[in-house]
Write a protein of this length. Structure first.
Length: 139
């Protein structure tokens, strides 16, 4: 069995942002030369997410609005977590909703997606360096 591990780094200009990372992940899979296996893509920060969905800007705006209704950033004092001096409790909750990681099958050396599926990095407490782990495992 072969493996390949890479890290993607992000520093978003906004507090909340969705970034399509499918091309980055495809390149890593291609470089791995693994023909049959799995690709794990994992947000390595507890205020960020990785998820699979459609690359449609209206949908991403809907996600952002929906998440902000479920866990609004303000007022920050509504969250017990923020009593520690943080102001990002909402980002932790948003991450929990959107998920930590995805695993995508690799078939014939390519990510084996369904129609319209792509991989996204979701940032909920941005404007600082964050990492995403990409680990490819297989034959």
């Amino acid at each position: 069995m072969k493996t390949k591990t890479e890290y993607l780094t992000f520093n978003t200009s906004k507090r909340r942002e969705f970034i399509n990372i499918t091309k980055n992940v495809r390149k890593i899979v291609e470089e791995s030369r693994i023909k049959d296996g799995l690709c794990l893509v994992n947000a390595m920060h507890i205020t960020a997410s990785v998820f699979v969905n459609d690359n449609e800007s209206g949908l991403h705006e809907d996600f952002d609005l929906w998440l902000e209704k479920l866990a609004p950033h303000s007022p920050t004092e509504q969250y017990r977590h923020n009593e520690t001096g943080e102001d990002n409790a909402d980002a932790h909750i948003k991450r929990q909703i959107m998920g930590r990681e995805v695993i995508v099958a690799i078939t014939n050396g390519e990510l084996d997606f369904g129609p319209w599926e792509q991989i996204f990095y979701g940032e909920f407490d941005g404007q600082r360096n964050k990492r995403v782990l990409v680990k490819v495992i297989g034959e």
